[in-house]
Design a protein around this ligand. Structure first.
Ligand code: PLP
Length: 450
């Protein structure tokens, strides 16, 4: 056993944390998480916290679920890893078949990797190479959205649209074409949702028409732009954008890394607008939060564009060491079985309504600009002035203050700038869900001095 003090000291000495200003980290006193139990995380001193963001959007059925840990244990005794280069393995095969069953119709080929960024990177490379091999050599560009987030590798950053994350890397990136984000609260076209007639779609259509001969694909996070601030899209937006992409002959890549596996109230967000993409990228919820795994699922049409004689070199020259890892695939299979067995999606409907009710009172708080919800994806945008929508000065770190207050009360949540994110696990029970919202409400009140 290590003492908590030693662990904290070693963490500060040796670990560089992701997306973290390490100057602030050095002065902070974060808990050291040791265990998980259901929808709670427990630190080395025994303090319990509700896992309010599903351990960064991955947890589905709760921590320590026996069916899931058993699946890992069983598989670990059989085989922990073997490569998909030149060999098949049991769990990756079983999982691929199951995935094809649950994604929108027409998506039939599964390419594995191990995180969300690579799942998107793979779709981008496949789309580009498909067109190259079709002889459409001019197609080299991708159309994506401002405020979009697709991961942190150079390719996925190239199609991302969050300036503070991406700006410094500008010279290293390939240039993508950006359509305006459907961020209605701060409309980039300066319009009002009640009267705009979704002018952003017309704008998008113009962009597509202008670039239709040099573009490979449109890339989008369906229904909700997650890391961009839990920006929920108006009803019908996704379907229109998909139609326009198709009318103009472009591939449609949906990045469901965040929205997949129940987060928006359906297995995949695409379903809600009857969208059938050419590529669906998935990661976060795929193993229920137990092991890293990702998949890019595409159509026979795309797949067939890579077929040919060996010496034509139409092969998709891409793969990762742990592609199709049996342990991760085995727990992903069990994750999907639990979805079915416990009717997780069906049972979400009432809890989504409950969450909506519970969130209503945030609107009355003086520093809450907007509350956005799609299923279990929630963003509470804090503002200095509700009238002018003026944000808090960045130096005030208002988001971090709310998160710190919530932690004192036994809830782990994360900010995205001034947007407080709630992303509870799809299988969470109603009382814990209520408690999560209550604590968040008090934390917002306290941190903003309302
Ligand atoms: C988290 C996320 C990614 C990146 O996934 P990683 O596993 O962190 O690489 C990509 N796209 C979306 C929409 C995400 O939310």
């Amino acid at each position: 056993m290590y003492s908590t003090d030693d662990l904290k000291k070693w963490d500060k000495n040796y670990i560089w944390h992701p997306f973290t200003q390490m100057t602030d980290w050095a002065d902070s006193d974060p808990p050291v998480i040791e265990r998980g139990e259901g929808f709670y995380l427990i630190d080395t001193e025994g303090k319990r916290y509700i896992d309010g963001v599903s351990s960064l959007w991955v947890l589905v059925h709760g921590h320590g679920r026996k069916e899931l840990t058993d699946a890992i244990e069983r598989q670990s005794k059989q085989l922990c890893h073997s490569t998909l280069l030149g060999l098949a393995n049991v769990p990756s095969t079983v999982l691929a078949r199951k995935l094809v069953d649950i994604v929108p119709r027409g998506l039939k080929k599964v390419f594995y990797s191990d995180n969300g960024s690579t799942s998107v990177e793979i779709a981008v490379k496949m789309s580009y190479q498909y067109w190259q091999q079709k002889g459409e050599k001019k197609r080299k560009r991708f159309i994506s959205f401002t405020n979009g987030y697709h991961g942190d590798t150079i390719g996925s950053v190239s199609i991302g649209g969050i300036d503070i994350f991406h700006k410094v890397y500008g010279p290293l990136l390939f240039r993508s074409i950006k359509a305006p984000s459907p961020y209605c609260y701060r409309c980039p076209l300066k319009l009002e949702r009640s009267s705009c007639g979704m002018a952003c779609v017309a704008h998008f259509e113009e962009i597509v028409k202008k670039h239709r001969d040099e573009a490979c694909a449109v890339v989008i996070e369906p229904l909700v732009q997650g890391a961009g601030g839990m920006i929920t899209q108006p009803q019908g937006f996704l379907n229109r954008v998909w139609q326009i992409a198709k009318e103009n002959g472009l591939h449609f890549i949906t990045d469901e890394v965040a929205t997949g596996f129940g987060r928006t109230g359906t297995m995949f967000a695409c379903e809600q607008e009857k969208v059938k993409p050419d590529f669906i990228c998935m990661a976060k919820g795929i193993t229920g939060g137990y092991l890293p795994l990702a998949a890019t699922v595409t159509t026979d049409e795309i797949f067939s564009g890579f077929l040919g004689r060996f010496d034509e070199f139409k092969t998709f020259f891409h793969g990762h060491t742990y592609t199709g890892n049996p342990l991760a695939c085995a727990v992903a299979v069990e994750n999907l079985k639990l979805f079915e067995k416990e009717r997780v999606i069906e049972k979400m409907a009432d809890k989504i309504a409950l969450l909506r009710n519970e969130l209503a009172r945030f609107e009355e708080l003086p520093f809450v600009g907007e509350v956005r919800q799609r299923g279990f994806m929630v963003g509470i945008e804090l503002v200095r002035s509700r009238k002018t929508k003026r944000p808090f000065p960045a130096g005030e770190k208002i988001g971090q203050k709310v998160v710190a207050e919530a932690r004192k009360q036994g809830v782990i949540i994360r900010p995205l700038g001034d947007v407080i994110v709630l992303m509870p696990p799809p299988a969470i029970d109603a009382p814990t869900l209520k408690e999560l919202v209550n604590v968040t409400y008090e934390a917002v009140k306290k941190a903003t001095g309302a």
